[in-house]
Design a protein around this ligand. Structure first.
Ligand code: COA
Length: 177
């Protein structure tokens, strides 16, 4: 539906559920996504989540598929919306690790940003990222995000504390890129 150079963002479908579950339960992906205790989701958790993603929900989630062959490789979306202050929080993952480092994440984020600024009419996009997630940090910088702050030792993961970095992108910065 929303198309970039390498990916298309489309609605989630029932048939995505088994692959989505495998992606989010992959320990390498999971450790980068959620600050909570890493613990596998169940099939019914994932079925429920996919069923809830509809135009009537308060968020906008997209499945990411490759333009080349329509392969479902991950997801991204708007996780929370503050209409009064015109700001949203976003998230993204490429679950198929064979697609990492080839520009798919950058392209998907650029398509999502276009959706947010040009369709939702939002002024600011925010996200947070774990300090050890260098790939994601680089990808966000490429998309124009700037570091706005650092929550020191906010995350306990793999036996030690890590910072969480807050990043933001303003409409005026997006328009100037
Ligand atoms: C983060 C993620 C969405 C990025 O997508 P991607 O398709 O792999 O990223 P891209 O290829 O578009 O860009 C990655 C950039 O990081 C760079 N990079 C990769 N590993 C790096 C490292 N260890 N240090 C610094 N830069 C690194 C790549 O070289 C590339 O930059 P370049 O184009 O200038 O060479 C994807 O890797 C992913 O889903 N990871 C797991 C989940 C996750 O971390 N989600 C984000 C949570 S905040």
């Amino acid at each position: 539906m929303y198309i970039g150079e390498k990916v298309r963002l489309r609605e989630y479908r029932k048939e995505d559920v088994p692959q989505a579950l495998a992606y989010v339960n992959d320990p390498e992906v999971k450790r980068l996504l959620n600050p909570g205790i890493p613990y596998p989701l169940t099939l019914s958790d994932e079925e429920k989540w996919v069923a809830e993603q509809s135009a009537s929900s308060q968020t906008y989630s997209f499945a990411i598929e490759t333009l080349a062959d329509g392969k479902y490789i991950g997801g991204c979306g708007v996780n929370s919306i503050d209409w009064k202050n015109s700001a949203v929080e976003v998230g993204i993952f490429i679950g198929d690790k064979s697609f990492w480092n080839q520009g798919y994440g950058t392209d998907a984020m650029r398509v999502l940003l276009r959706f947010i600024f040009e369709q939702m009419n939002i002024n600011k996009v925010k996200l947070n990222v774990f300090s050890f997630n260098q790939r994601a940090l680089r990808m966000y910088q490429k998309c124009g995000f700037k570091e706005e702050g650092r929550l020191r030792q906010e995350l306990f993961r793999d036996g030690e504390y890590h910072d969480i970095i807050l990043m933001g992108l303003l409409r005026e910065e997006y328009q100037n890129t």
